[in-house]
Each structure stands twice: as C-alpha cells, then as structure tokens.
Design a protein around this ligand. Structure first.
Ligand SMILES: Nc1ncnc2c1ncn2[C@@H]1O[C@H](COP(=O)(O)OP(=O)(O)O)[C@@H](O)[C@H]1O
Ligand SMILES: [Mg+2]
Length: 553
C-alpha cells in the first residue's frame, strides 16, 4: 500500500515540477531561436551591405580610372596599340584585375583600337543601345549580355571630348572577378548571393544553379525598397528561406543574399545541446529531491500509522476486557449461589456423619472421602469465581504513597522459597534514588506477583529472573515515570500468541495451574493507575515485561 502511495506521490510531484520546467525550457528555446534568427539576419545584412559597397566601389573605381585617362588623352594616342596595351596592363595591375579588354570608339561608333582576347577591331557600335547612352550620359555600365562574344559579360564605358569631338573608352569587365566579389556575401552551406537586374534577370550566377545567368530569377524586384529589404519566399522545402536585397549600381541591379535561417551557422546546435544538458541536470535534481522528500513523507506517514495502529490495539484490548469483565461478573455471580448451597449442604452432611448410625456404616470412609472431594472442588470453584469477580469489579484504586523498590522486595520475599526449589535466582537492580509515588500498594503488589509468577513458570529447568527499576523522562506528558523491567530467561512467548496473552482466560498452562486471568487483571490495574504495560519476548531466550508508572499524578 505504501509502495503504491509512494509511487503515486513521486509521479505526481514529478509531473507537477516537470511541466513548468518543460514550459520554461520551451520558452527559453523559443526565445533563443528567435534571438538566433535575429542574429543571423543581422549577419546577413551586414554582409550584404559590405558586399554591395565593394561592388559599387569596384565599378566606380574602374569608371573613374577610365574617365580620368580618357580626359587626359586623345583617341589618336591609343591608335598606337602599344599605348592601349600598356594602359590596359597598368589598370589591371593596379586594380587587381577585372578588365577583359579595352577599346577606343569614335563618335561614329567605329572601334578604332582594341586590346583583348577577341578580334573586335573595326566593329561598328553605332546601332547598339549602349552607344547612344554613353554619348548622352557620359558614363555607362551595361547589364550583362551575350554580345558578339556569346559569353555573358558587361561593359563600362566613358565618353571624353577632344577638341569638340566625342570619343569613347570602353572596357569589358571580367564577370568571374565580379562574381567572386558577390560570392563573399554567401554564408554557410545554404547561403546564396547573386545579382539580378530590375527585370529579375540573373546578372551573376546563383550558387546552386550555375548556368542560370541571364535567365529569369522569378524574383519580383518591385518588392525591394531603397534600403535593405527582407522577403520570405515561402514555398517548397526552403520555405523559411529569406531573401535580403539591396540595390547597387544606382538602383539598376539588386544584390540578393538568401539564407535558410535554420542552418546551423553560429553553432546553434552546440548551444541547444548545452540547454538540453542543463535541462537534464535540472530534471535529475527534481527526480532526486522528489524521491527523497517522498520517502521522508511516506516513512513519517508509515510511522504515524503504526502509532495509530498501536493505540487502536490498546483501545481494542481495553474494550475487550470491559466486555468480558461484565460477562465474567455475571457468570461468577450465578455460580456463587449454587456453590454456596453446595457448600452449606456439604457441611450439613459432614455434621450428619458425626452421628453414630453413620459411623457404623461400612461406607463411612467412602462418604467422608466424597465430602472431602466436594469441599475441595467447591473451594477451587470459589477461588475462580473470586478471581473473576476481582477482575470484573471496578477496583477503584486506593491511593497512598508507595515506595516501588521496597514493594518489589517484599513481593519477591513471598516467592523466594518457591524459586529456590526450582533452581531459579531472583536478581534485582534497583535505582535507589526513585521517589515514592502516589499509587495503590496492594493492586501493584498483585501485578508484580502475577508477572513474577509467570516469569518463574516460564523457566522449566534453571534460570534467572531479573528485576530492574529506573527513572525515565516521559515525552508524552512531559512528566517523569518509573520503569520496572521484569526479565526472565524462560521459554519466551511465541509470536502468534503475543497479542493474546493479555486476553482474559487466555492461558497455555494446564488446567490446574493457570486461569488466564493474571495478565488481563494486571493490564487493567496498571491502566487504571495511569501507567503502561508491555512485553518484549524472543522464543527460547526469555521475556521482558515492562511496567511504567507516572511519578506525577
Ligand atoms: N514470562 C512469561 N514467559 C512466557 N510466557 C508467558 C510469560 N508470561 C505470560 N506468558 C504467557 O501468557 C499466558 C497468560 O498469562 P496469564 O494471563 O498470567 O495467565 P496464566 O498464567 O494463568 O496462564 C500464559 O499462559 C503464558 O502462555
Ligand atoms: Mg499467570
């Protein structure tokens, strides 16, 4: 029963403490994940900004260089291919590369000079859209296109004026160098960075679809504002993927950095593992404290139940004695009357036997013996009824000052002779400082006699009866008590009859020897005197009867 109870409490307590912990854990995790996503987004944004700046500077730098050179030279100067070549090499060396070719175009669109891997000299660009734009605006950066070379590229061009005549310095940008800069904005394994035009056309390849350059990205660029804009695309397995975009090249191109925010870039799982460990430690702590506190409570409960059970047993015993006492009184009374009549009639008969005629009878002796027997047994029956009445009577104690040690000494004197015959030594160990107490001397003596007699009876061959007295504090009523131990080295009391020895008429002795009333009477007496009586016994080793009597009443 206690086990089931214990289990129930443990489960309940665990549940009660676990739920808030789990909630807390979840909330922490949730908040943490949110913070983590925010940090990821911050990182993406700062990379995006840095990359956009780099790209803009990259383009501007080259434009500025071209413009400066164009404004200081003439188209004629560059018709010497060596001049153009040295300029081309110089720019590439000083800026870290990035130009594929360089060309000089006159105001009619004719390619006057060209240095680069393709043979483009002589081509006329006057019909190209960009040609007009350079002529009008002075500066130009194209979108990526295939052009004559059939590979994606884009050009930058500046217009210069020499003596009233316009001419153009044009360069092709190495898309690989440009793409490499773009890819610095990628993060982790799932991060992507690319450029699209206003129409959503890829200007640089996406990381995962290498040959998608110049195809449509499907991204609606109108959603992106002047500043960094974050867009969640929300489809497919990548539905959490976010797209952060920032316009570059004066709003003509959109640099996009996309990222799956759940990707473990900042060792998210390490932190989660840390949290889980903490959680497990807390859980372990809860389990341990729960088990310990439950054990303590259940044990206390178990002890309390035991005390209640003892008290109940005591009450039952008192009840039993009271009921049996009443019955015994009735029975004793009913038997006493006929016993009286038998006894009177037997006396009468004995008187008659004295007359001559009976004395001469051949059966005279027989008659006499019969009367002896009748009187003996009437006496015995009378003794039993006397005991029963004694048990049943209310036995109001007569209180007087009693010295327990000397009362015990007097009582043992009665028994010494009987004990000696049976090879039994009665030993005593008294606390000389015991105070006299207010109690009923003769009833106490009856109790001592009963218990000492039982002790002597329990020793069949040879043994000791040891009587000790001492003073002890009684925590129940905060009043000292006298404790009397009567110990024997006799047969002991078998476990199965231990709780019956105080019952009236319970005896294990032969008919002639025991009535089974001694202990029940003693129990009632001690109870009336405000004390307790209890027994400890081990089979074949002996028993200790302990009587306590209050000192202050
Ligand atoms: N000191 C003891 N050692 C062993 N058994 C005992 C002792 N005291 C009492 N008993 C047991 O308790 C029973 C009841 O004792 P009691 O009420 O005095 O009745 P009775 O002595 O007439 O049998 C005894 O018959 C005996 O079995
Ligand atoms: Mg007895």
């Amino acid at each position: 029963m206690y086990r089931a109870f214990r289990r129930k409490i443990i489960i309940m307590t665990l549940f009660i403490s676990f739920v808030p912990l789990a909630l807390l854990g979840y909330t922490l995790y949730y908040g943490f994940a949110k913070a983590y996503h925010q940090r990821i987004e911050q990182q993406i944004n700062s990379r995006l900004r840095a990359c956009a700046q780099t790209l803009d500077i990259f383009l501007e730098e080259r434009l500025v260089i071209l413009a400066a050179i164009a404004n200081m030279s003439t188209p004629e100067y560059f018709q010497d291919i060596l001049h153009l070549q040295s300029l081309f090499q110089n720019i590439n060396q000083k800026t870290g590369g990035g130009l594929i070719d360089l060309g000089v175009i006159n105001s009619a669109g004719e390619h006057l000079a060209y240095i680069g891997p393709y043979n483009l000299k002589g081509i006329n660009y006057s019909k190209e859209a960009w040609f007009d734009q350079v002529m009008v605006k002075g500066l130009y950066i194209s979108d990526v296109y295939m052009g004559y070379r059939k590979i994606p590229h884009f050009i930058i061009a500046v217009r210069a004026n020499r003596n009233g005549v316009n001419w153009i310095l044009r360069a092709t940008i190495d898309l690989d160098v440009f793409t490499r800069i773009v890819s610095t904005a990628q993060m982790g394994n799932t991060g992507d960075a690319f450029i699209i035009s206003r129409d959503g056309i890829y200007q640089s390849p996406s990381r995962f679809k290498k040959d998608n350059i110049l195809t449509n990205s499907g991204i609606d660029t109108s959603m992106f504002g002047a500043n960094i804009t974050v867009i969640r695309k929300g489809e497919g397995p990548d539905k959490n993927r976010i797209y952060n975009g920032l316009w570059i090249k004066e709003g003509q191109w959109l640099l996009v950095v996309s990222q799956n925010p759940d990707e473990n870039i900042l060792s998210f799982s390490d932190m989660v593992a840390e949290q889980i460990t903490l959680f497990l430690i807390a859980l372990f702590g809860i389990v341990i404290t729960t088990v310990i506190t439950t054990s303590i409570s259940v044990n206390t409960l178990q002890e309390r139940d035991k005390e209640v059970a003892e008290l109940n047993a005591h009450l039952i015993q008192t009840d039993k004695l009271a009921a049996l006492g009443k019955m015994a009184a009735g029975v004793a009374h009913e038997i006493n009357n006929p016993l009286g009549i038998i006894s009177t009639k037997a006396g009468w008969m004995r008187d008659l036997l004295d007359e001559e005629e009976f004395k001469e009878s051949p059966n005279f002796k027989e008659f006499q013996e019969c009367l002896d027997k009748i009187e003996e047994h009437v006496q015995r029956a009378g003794k039993i009824t006397h005991n029963m009445l004694g048990f049943a009577r209310s036995m109001e104690p007569v209180m007087e000052s009693v010295d327990i040690n000397s009362l015990l000494t007097k009582t043992t004197e009665f028994l010494n002779h009987h004990a000696q015959i049976n090879n039994i030594a009665i030993k005593t160990d008294y606390d000389k400082a015991l105070p006299e107490i207010n109690s009923d001397r003769s009833q106490l003596q009856q109790v001592f006699l009963n218990i000492l007699n039982n002790a002597i009876d329990s020793i069949t061959n040879k043994g000791d009866v040891i009587i000790t007295t001492r003073r002890e504090h009684d925590s129940r009523n905060d009043c000292d008590k006298i404790v009397i131990d009567i110990k024997d080295t006799g047969s002991g009391i078998p476990e199965h009859i231990k709780n019956r020895i105080f019952d009236p008429f319970f005896t294990t002795k032969e008919k002639e020897k025991g009535t089974g009333l001694g202990l029940s009477i003693s129990y009632r007496i001690i109870e009336k005197l405000g004390g307790t009586i209890s027994v400890k016994s081990e089979k074949d080793k002996g028993s200790v009867f302990t009587i306590t009597l209050p000192i202050c009443i």
